[in-house]
Write a protein that binds this ligand. Structure first.
Ligand SMILES: *Cc1c(COP(=O)(O)O)cnc(C)c1O
Length: 430
């Protein structure tokens, strides 16, 4: 397999782009080698500029849940393009997408569209503060909530991959209202409440995908929500990754909780820049122009992005691929575990719906500390061998793999072959 054209573009990219990437998760820092440049993608496959074709388990870090360039999405977007790109005024598509989203989340009466997951969370947190009149926010170590200053501490995959404890350029003042708790540990939340009386809420990934996939244990979310109610504090569900990934709606519903504020992104734009935050009327009332919490956006509710979101969610609802996602993920889990056993490699697999990933460790992974026991050197060897065998994975031990509804039985067989070769390579290398 040749990477000559990627190498060439990488060198050109270094001149005017930072590290030749526009998001550090696309750099290959922790797996070695240089990032691949992509030419095109269709269905379950993605093709790089050297013409190498891969089964895509990155899926743009989640959004491409129908696979690439789904016919209906393409049609919806092309139709919208004919009418203009942006107006600085409202369009009907915003109302249509808002109804689809609100109908899928019980307890979400209103939604506000923004342009990214980061923006959705910035606004969701501001809203929690506006509504409660309190300042402090608890976040969990290993959860990522976008790159806003106040939440860029103990923030999971991107930073963990680069071995950064936090971000430079974040002033102390920006994080002084951020408290860190441990995922799956309610006591660590209660401790903060015993020490502070101005906690507006807790933000959480209901299924964490940003330290690898980590699942809440033993009613953790239900107990957290019940506890927060006794403290007049809000539960903010960051479903930027999980929204519409494991059911049509939120992971919170599958887990039996209803968040007060929900943040969305990724899938709801189907590959176009869309984020959103929503809540019941009483809370959304705080947002301008109804209330005093200011939040705005020149391109928010962009008509092309809305068309991409409407087409994606409409088709997703029609296909209802969630049962199949579970089946495929279970098959891949078995393949990974049995192959690891065959080559005597320590491996744990976490999965939920269409999100999954293996950890090169023998420990159960229920929080960030445990995730970090994974052997990233083994992952790097595994990663490159998967690439060479035609499977595109995120270049980090701490990122989730995603399934699209375009994945076929043939693709699964090809992945199984690649896993066998990659696992053998790991076994020989260590
Ligand atoms: C991706 C992600 C974000 C940030 O979304 P962007 O669109 O990258 O700004 C926030 N929270 C979670 C849980 C995410 O997975």
């Amino acid at each position: 397999m040749k990477f000559k054209e990627s190498q060439k573009l990488y060198e050109q990219g270094l001149v005017h782009l930072v590290g030749a990437v526009n998001s550090p998760v696309r750099a290959f820092s922790s797996v070695g080698g240089n990032p691949l440049f992509i030419k095109k993608a269709k269905g379950s496959k993605i093709t790089d500029v050297d013409g190498n074709e891969y089964i895509d388990l990155v899926l743009s870090y989640g959004p491409m849940i129908l696979g690439h360039r789904h016919r209906k999405v393409q049609k919806g977007v092309e139709k919208a393009l004919k009418n203009g790109y942006s107006f600085g005024a409202s369009t009907e598509n915003e109302i249509i997408l808002a109804k689809i989203v609100c109908d899928a989340f019980p307890g979400m009466d209103k939604v506000r569209f923004v342009n990214s997951g980061t923006e959705a969370v910035i606004s969701g947190v501001r809203l929690a503060r506006a509504y409660t009149g309190k300042d402090k926010i608890i976040k969990f170590s290993g959860c990522y909530h976008g790159h806003q200053d106040s939440l860029l501490v103990a923030a999971g995959s991107g930073l963990a991959t680069l071995s950064l404890p936090g971000s430079k350029g974040v002033p102390e003042g920006a994080v002084k209202n951020t408290l860190i708790a441990e995922y799956n540990n309610l006591e660590s939340v209660k401790k903060h409440f015993s020490e502070h009386d101005d906690i507006a809420g807790v933000i959480i990934e209901p299924i964490c995908g940003n330290m690898g996939v980590v699942i809440p244990q033993h009613n953790f979310l239900k107990e957290l929500k019940a506890y927060l109610e006794t403290k007049d504090a809000l539960l903010i569900a960051d479903e930027v990754m999980t929204g519409f990934r494991s059911k049509f709606g939120g992971a919170q519903e599958l887990l039996g909780v209803a968040a007060d504020i929900t943040c969305l992104g990724k899938v709801i734009g189907g590959g176009f820049p869309v984020g959103a935050y929503g809540a019941r009327n009483e809370i959304m009332q705080e947002v301008a122009p109804l209330g005093g919490m200011y939040q705005a956006g020149t391109l928010s509710g962009n008509p092309i992005a809305m068309a991409g979101g409407i087409a994606t969610l409409t088709e997703l609802k029609r296909q209802n691929p969630y049962h199949q996602f579970n089946k495929t993920a279970a098959i891949l889990e078995t393949i990974l575990l049995e192959t690891a056993k065959k080559y005597q490699v320590d491996l744990v697999v976490n999965r939920f719906g269409s999100m999954m990933n293996p950890f090169f460790t023998k420990n159960n992974i229920t929080n960030f500390e445990e995730a970090q026991t994974s052997d990233t050197k083994k992952f790097a060897v595994f990663f490159w061998e998967m690439i060479k065998n035609g499977v595109f994975l995120p270049p980090s031990q701490f990122e989730a793999w995603f399934l699209s509804s375009a994945i076929s039985n043939r693709d699964v067989k090809k992945i199984a072959k690649a896993v066998d070769r990659a696992m053998e390579k790991v076994a020989i290398s260590f």
